[in-house]
Design a binder for this molecule. Sequence first.
Ligand code: UDP
Length: 489
Amino acid sequence: SKPINNLHFLLIPYLAPGHTIPIIHMAKLLAHQPQVTVTVVTTPVNALRYRPILDKPGPSVQFLELPFPATEATGLPEGCESLDTLPTPDLALNFAAAVDMLQSELERCFETLSPPPSCIVSDKYLAWTADTADKYRLPRIVFDGMSCFKQLCDHNLYASKVLDGLRDSEMFVVPGLPDRIELTRSQLPVEFNPSSRTTGERLERAREAASRSFGIVINSFEELEQEYVNEYKKLKGGKVWCIGPLSLYTDIDQDNDKAQRGKIGSISEQECMKWLDLRERGSVVYACLGSVSRVNPKQLIELGLGLEASGHPFVWVIRAEEVERWILESGFEERVKDRGLLIRGWAPQVSILSHPSIGGFLTHCGWNSILEGVCSGMPMITWPQFAEQFLNEKLVVQVLGTGVAVGAQSVVHWGEEEKFGVKVKSEDVKMAILKVMDSGIEGIERRKKAKELGKIANRAIDEGGSSHMNLKLMIQQIRDIMNLNVFGG
Ligand code: UDP
């Protein structure tokens, strides 16, 4: 009989923009491949929000919309189906539990999926998808929206005893890495923090689920972190496919903006571009701390003052209400009106970063933001907040040499903002900005490196580029095991 060539990928993202957007891009990318069908599993509110990306011309991707569990079962407000729309951060665990409930919804309609799925690609946090995959005898691929650098740090820290008995502020070196990466425990993601048990258990489950999976897709490209990719492949026995930067696969400039209909910013993309058109080439700093981090208002004020003191024109994305009051009452907006553009709410980040007037990116070091900065050839000012962002900072500042740190010392835990005084000062922000925007030798070198990386990123996804080849390889390996299962038993 004939070998199986038609594949149906079921993609299951975690319900947060930083997790869903790259998976949708991956869906579009897969759908471009011959004999491949793709379904993205999500919920009605998210389907509405992200539909504009899928509706772009090109091969079709369908959404499977599972009803989000009811308020009585979750303790979440009606319609709150994405992590970034939680009214308070302490609901994050309720939210994670609600997402777990989607398992039974998915399995209820599994048999009706047509053609029958051949592979599940799931966000690493959705451990239950490994059980679903086992139940239906399908390979599961873990989607990790992070770098191999992060994977390797994670693995080595977990496998070693380097953290045993370490105080929060004590420096240590991450063992077994190609570079000497020094951190303190308080800069590590919560799973390495003994006081955060609940999250720890969740991650433990994710880790166990990953160990049962067929392989892992990484939203990165090999040239960015070649030594780390090699090491990580050795560790995983080869089934590691770097297929990014995924944001480059569609004309996301428009998609990204339109996909946020539920979250409209205070100014339109056109207005924003018009404002940037009037500035000098490479003169503007773009500052944005991501979609979910809740930054202490006192720290946001230092950020605003630092931007002001740098003397550079800037675009600043703000979301916190407390800082809004300060902006109005302190006269900040009035003082900077000639050179500061404030965006309240959602900014068209990718379009902004691609504008020639932008010369530096002040980022919280979320992985998508880092990649978007890399793709547009940006030197970066790094201000990590939580999760793996301090690791990402090390990669950018130390390994890639394209960033300058503002000097943040520790993760800010959600719900602990009150305890948190002013740590990073406006002076630190100003100095880091001046360094990155500087036209001396160091600044020029940094910019050159960043530009070069941007070019390499864009080549990786071209026909014959490393990410393109890895995608083909992944698809082939799935076809191979399908045929083995059918013909070889
Ligand atoms: N983003 C955006 N506009 C905003 C804030 C965020 O377009 O005002 C996008 C950003 O381009 C990125 C994603 O949201 O693609 C955020 O992901 P990231 O991993 O950087 O950080 P997270 O928000 O998950 O902490």
